[in-house]
Design a protein around this ligand. Structure first.
Ligand code: ZN
Length: 84
């Protein structure tokens, strides 16, 4: 009985770790805001992918902006409407 429970726990841990690494790989392969992948940044000589993800499309700033838009009760500006 203990062996079965241990196998279930280990299997759950392995599945959670695989899902976590899959999410990390997706986050490092493309910008999830504009959906441009890393290889396009390298080919088109734009700013680096790292700079894009840390300055232009910083994930925390984006979600913070979206959160604030959802909290707003007054009329939105054109930019706010476009983002929302
Ligand atoms: Zn982006």
């Amino acid at each position: 009985m203990v062996a079965v429970m241990l196998a279930v726990i280990i299997n759950s841990f392995v599945m959670a770790k695989a899902e976590d690494s899959k999410q990390k790989e997706a986050l490092s392969a493309a910008c999830i805001i504009c959906n441009i992948d890393r290889s396009r940044f390298n080919l088109e000589n734009r700013s680096s992918f790292k700079t894009h993800k840390t300055i232009r499309h910083h994930l925390f700033n984006y979600f913070d902006f979206k959160y604030r838009l959802n909290k707003k009760t007054h009329l939105l500006s054109d930019l706010e409407c476009w983002v929302q």
